[in-house]
Design a protein around this ligand. Structure first.
Ligand code: F2R
Ligand code: MG
Ligand code: MG
Length: 325
């Protein structure tokens, strides 16, 4: 642990919020429509959405409990909930069920016909897990799965969150070009070593081929000149975790700065706030807080749980991490 790492902790959380706020005004837009809104990439409203509100809940809970506590994390999601931040329908229903008295362990299993959600809502909020468990891949996977379970019980939603968390951890440790090969190793690990964990926490069985295939495709696309249209077709820009987590990883590896990575991700269109948030979290963990354009940070909303608060959460996670390492 060193002081540079502190800037990576704060960079990951602020990067996630910045990507979310940048993508928010164009969420659901096509690539062509985004182009008409974003010229050079100036921050618009600077207001974050559900992605950041839930990421704040994850960080607050890890700090208060010095680790994972499911009941507490679920409560924080509910206390922080602000419908104007535009939640996904599945997450909204699950949080409503828990608020009404259902167990946080059971509520997420009731939606989508009992399949649970494979949306990207667990991956979009996972940055605090990626930084806090950056030096223990198995524990990172376990906490990613457990924190996802509060709203996302489908294995593909959980695995997407674990993949995003591990990407953040790898970026924190300075991995970029070798990230795809390391991620492929990580996904393989899940399938074979942690099948018991997957069975305990997932509504349906393990099926990680989707991510293995996407990571192979990602490597192929990085190895050649790839047009945005092809990337969108091959990796996706949708709300499913498997249609957005690999796209965020690609955006980080393809670009050479925090700004270029986040703007590349948002210019793809689709689930822009979420792919922006996930790209921003990986990029912030790699480049550190100082690499985030000052104008973007200045325009990120302030207030009770705004940019200063998010930075403090990153610094506090770092402080607890070095105390307990
Ligand atoms: N909700 C939004 N954006 C749209 C806001 C429009 C709204 N009308 C407004 O303007 O106010 N963004 C946020 O939602 C995404 C994260 O979603 P999350 O939390 O994963 O939700 P959900 O509903 O669980 O999953 C998302 C969609 O994925 C599909 N899906 C998931 N599991 C499925 C399954 N088992 N079977 C079939 N489909 C499944 C569904 O279409 C879900 O609705 C982020 O973009 C965040 O920014
Ligand atoms: Mg959102
Ligand atoms: Mg979104």
């Amino acid at each position: 642990m060193n002081t540079d790492l502190k800037a990576k902790f704060t960079g990951a959380l602020l990067g996630s919020a910045i990507g979310d706020a940048l993508g928010a005004p164009v969420e659901g837009y096509s690539m062509e429509k985004v182009k008409a809104v974003y010229g050079e990439g100036e921050m618009k409203a600077g207001r974050y959405t559900d992605d950041t509100e839930m990421m704040i809940g994850v960080a607050e809970s890890l700090i208060a409990n010095r680790g994972f506590n499911g009941a507490d994390m679920a409560l924080r999601f509910i206390l922080n909930y602000d419908a104007t931040r535009r939640y996904g329908p599945g997450s909204k229903e699950v949080l409503g069920r828990i608020h009404a008295g259902e167990s946080w362990r059971e509520a997420s299993k009731q939606i989508f016909g009992g399949e649970g959600s494979y949306g990207n809502g667990a991956a979009m909020r996972i940055a605090p897990v990626g930084i806090f468990y950056c030096d223990n891949a198995e524990l990172l996977r376990e906490i990613a799965y457990k924190s996802s379970h509060i709203t996302h019980s489908h294995v593909l939603g959980k695995e997407g969150a674990a993949l995003q968390a591990y990407s953040i951890a790898l970026a924190l440790h300075g991995h970029k070009a070798d990230m795809p090969s390391r991620l492929k190793g990580f996904v393989k690990d899940v399938s074979f070593k942690n099948i018991a964990l997957a069975k305990e926490y997932c509504t349906i069985g393990t099926t990680n081929d989707v991510y293995k295939e996407k990571l192979s495709k990602l490597e192929q696309l990085l190895g050649k000149q790839t047009a945005k249209a092809e990337l969108i077709t091959e990796l996706g820009t949708g709300e499913a975790a498997f249609d957005s987590v690999p796209t965020a990883i690609y955006s980080f590896i393809h670009a050479n700065s925090f700004k270029d990575a986040v703007m590349y991700a948002i210019r793809l269109g689709g689930d822009t706030d979420t792919i922006g948030a996930m790209t921003g979290a990986i990029s912030g963990a790699y480049y550190g807080e100082a690499a985030i354009p000052g104008a973007w940070l200045d325009n990120l909303e302030e207030g009770a749980k705004g940019r200063s608060y998010i930075k403090r959460l990153g610094a506090e996670l770092y402080r607890i991490k070095i105390q307990t390492s």
